[in-house]
Design a protein around this ligand. Structure first.
Ligand SMILES: C[S@@+](CC[C@H](N)C(=O)[O-])C[C@H]1O[C@@H](n2cnc3c(N)ncnc32)[C@H](O)[C@@H]1O
Length: 291
């Protein structure tokens, strides 16, 4: 059998041929997003004008990005942007790349806030600002406090807040609620904290190993953030307010047990799109506000 020679990447190659070359080593969608980034073209333009030749400069830039993707760097770090809940967010290696699963947490949070006028919301561990900014966009009447322990992450979130002009979001550098005023209280505290067990091999996986450790793991069993968050959130929730978090697929029972032990009621876990229990909510007793 005669083997086809691998495609070479050289100046003058068409966009279509460049994509074929890249697909020898990286995912098809990743290749397309990187070529869009290099050429500034939309996906539709890449298809419609597939035979347009690439400049020397574009070939050089595309080759470099494909090589980095091949080494495991997330596409979002290479392009500097990630989509989340209809927003295009700037991202850098200082923040977790927002995940599609987390959009389900935003949808649940919005349900919880239904019928609550001018809600006060805290997003703990905001990273790029994904959750807090999404809630602030969907609920312009909300007042959102977005907190992160990482000043570098907070700088990214601040840029996103300013670019999206979500003036109803205030950013604060702290460990969870530490140093934040006890009043006024919150209708909703939402968080996607670091929850991966430090021994989990996923930490070394594709893309993940380039993300900040502080965003991924607590350095222990992955549950310590929930213990700290529920303890600090309880006095800051209004009666009837909700504590809603994302967690690992095998952590729902541990999180729900912490919620009940702290005195939260109506504790419920829900699944992500893959059918894994992925988020848990509980309500502070004392007022009649449904989920
Ligand atoms: C899993 S990432 C979530 C980022 C973003 N909310 C999202 O969903 O894409 C967890 C975030 O929590 C932050 N974090 C970790 N420990 C923290 C702490 N003690 N207090 C506040 N933020 C913390 C990390 O810096 C990181 O930005």
């Amino acid at each position: 059998m005669v083997r086809e020679a691998p495609l070479a990447m050289a100046a003058g190659l068409s966009r279509a041929a460049a994509l074929r070359w890249a697909r020898q080593s990286i995912d098809r969608l990743d290749a397309r997003r990187l070529l869009q980034h290099v050429t500034g073209c939309s996906a539709a333009d890449l298809l419609a004008y597939a035979e347009v030749p690439l400049s020397d400069e574009a070939v050089h830039a595309f080759k470099a990005l494909v090589a980095r993707r091949q080494q495991g760097e997330p596409v979002a770090y290479l392009t500097g942007v990630a989509g989340f809940y209809g927003d295009l967010l700037q991202v850098s290696p200082a923040v977790l790349v927002p995940r599609p699963e987390t959009e389900a947490l935003v949808r649940w949070a919005l349900t919880v806030l239904d019928g609550c006028p001018a809600p006060r919301v805290a997003d703990l561990g905001t990273g790029s600002g994904a959750i807090g900014l999404a809630l602030a966009g969907a609920r312009p009447d909300a007042v959102v406090l977005a907190v992160d322990v990482s000043p570098e992450a907070l700088a990214v979130a601040t840029r996103n807040r300013d670019r999206l002009t979500r003036h109803n979001v205030t950013l604060h550098c702290a460990s969870w609620f530490e140093g934040t005023p006890a009043e006024p209280a919150f209708d909703l505290v939402v968080s996607n904290p670091p929850y991966i067990n430090a021994a989990d091999p996923h930490l070394a996986g594709d893309g993940v190993r380039f993300e900040p450790k502080v965003a991924l793991t607590d350095g222990g069993d992955g549950l310590s953030a929930y213990t700290a968050i529920v303890a600090q959130a309880m006095p800051r929730l209004k009666p009837g307010g909700w504590l809603l978090v994302e967690h690992g697929h095998d952590q729902a029972e541990s999180v729900a047990a912490r919620w009940r032990a702290a005195g939260l009621v109506n504790v419920e876990s829900r699944q992500d799109l893959s059918g894994n229990p992925r988020m848990t909510a509980g309500q502070k007793p004392g007022a009649d506000r449904g989920a």
